[in-house]
Ligand binder design. Structure first.
Ligand code: FE2
Length: 373
């Protein structure tokens, strides 16, 4: 058997015990209650209890609350300090995300790696996923670890280390127990740099590229999912083997996926490595079970590994395109936005060209309400 793909992440720890104190956890929970939960309660569309991942809520809070939250600043500084001790110098937070799991709420339902990691071409990034609260859910999200899934990580179809894979496992037990899974390698491109400039024509052109690219890739994935259900495994894999590259889709050979979760206590952090696929745990939950976490994506910022590629679509990319302080100019190192005194969280107003082509990828920032401290 071929050897699994290896990377600098392989030596990273799995769980960091007790990185947040009780007071730290209480502060994060207070911020969650007064920003996300109160805003959710005021929404007309409650999404039937599902709370999908949304990025930069904490950063928006940091830079829009009326009085600067010094306590939060200290916690962020403490986390950076411990990251430097554990992982080495130069790592910065790229974005934050709340993760709320409960019956009917799946923050990240598809097995995936995070495309944002691939913007600089490095392979040593990680998420720290801090458990803040739970009822009967003292564990983290599901991970396909390399040690438990050597066969999967030895597959060239996965696309590692060149592109971030999303994995669509399909129905279990179909075609004699085979798993006719396929991989969608998320493309990162140069053209989204059109959004980095304060130029209406460039942004309109970028929007057009975005519409076409998103339409094409979504069609390719949804067609593949339909064929996955309709065709025998051998025919499905054969078809994708010939035509799949057109939609960045590649078939996997029959294999068994072995997801694993790690036990955590409140205040612990699960380390989610850049190149390991992960997703919300899928087991049915009892009424009343829930789990709240906050995640931080860490990537190394250096002159020798600047931003060279951009995400084509997705919620974090959409926010970066529209919020001035989140823009990532090409060939520049990642900025340390969580330790800056000022980040401009205002949105660019679309000019006449951008309005003409619509703003279909527009950020939906309605659910964030900054509290009055
Ligand atoms: Fe993720």
């Amino acid at each position: 058997m071929a050897r699994p793909y290896s990377s600098p992440c392989d030596k990273q720890p799995r769980v960091l015990k007790g990185w947040l104190s009780e007071a730290d956890v209480a502060h994060f929970k207070h911020i969650y209650r007064t920003t996300v939960e109160e805003a959710l309660a005021n929404r007309k569309d409650r999404m039937d209890g599902n709370r999908p991942i949304q990025y930069y809520d904490l950063l928006k809070y940091m830079h829009t609350c009326r009085v600067r939250d010094a306590r939060l600043k200290d916690i962020i500084e403490k986390i950076h300090h411990r990251v430097e001790e554990e992982f080495g110098p130069g790592f910065v937070i790229v974005h934050d995300f709340w993760s709320y799991r409960a019956p009917g709420s799946f923050p990240a339902p598809i097995m995936h790696t995070d495309p944002a990691f691939w913007m600089t071409g490095r392979h040593d990034g990680f998420n720290l996923w801090f458990l803040l609260d739970h009822r009967d859910m003292a564990y983290g999200i599901d991970v396909l670890t390399k040690e438990d899934n050597e066969e999967l990580y030895a597959c060239s179809a996965l696309g590692l280390p060149h592109a971030p894979p999303f994995l669509f496992a399909g129905s279990k037990g179909k075609a004699g127990g085979e798993c006719p899974a396929f991989v969608h390698r998320i493309p990162l491109r140069m053209w989204p740099m059109l959004f980095e400039w304060q130029n209406d024509l460039a942004q309109a052109l970028g929007t057009l590229c975005c519409i076409f690219s998103t339409w094409w890739l979504q069609k390719a994935v949804s067609l593949s999912k339909r064929l996955q259900d309709a065709l025998p495994a051998w025919a499905f894999r054969g078809l994708l083997g010939i035509f799949g590259w057109l939609g960045s889709i590649y078939p996997l050979p029959p294999l068994t996926l072995k997801p694993r979760h790690f036990e955590l206590q409140v205040g612990d952090a699960q380390v989610i490595r850049q190149d390991e696929l992960h997703a919300s745990d899928q087991e049915p939950l009892r009424e009343g079970q829930f789990r709240l976490a906050i995640g931080f994506k860490f990537m190394k910022s250096s002159e020798s590994s600047p931003v060279t590629r951009y995400l084509v679509n997705g919620p974090s990319a959409t926010l970066r395109r529209h919020i001035r302080g989140l823009k990532l100019p090409p060939n520049r190192p990642l900025p340390d936005i969580y330790r800056m005194d000022e980040v401009d969280m205002a949105q660019d107003k679309p000019g006449p060209f951008s309005r003409a082509v619509g703003v279909p990828m527009g950020a939906k920032l309605g659910r964030f309400i900054a509290p009055e401290k």
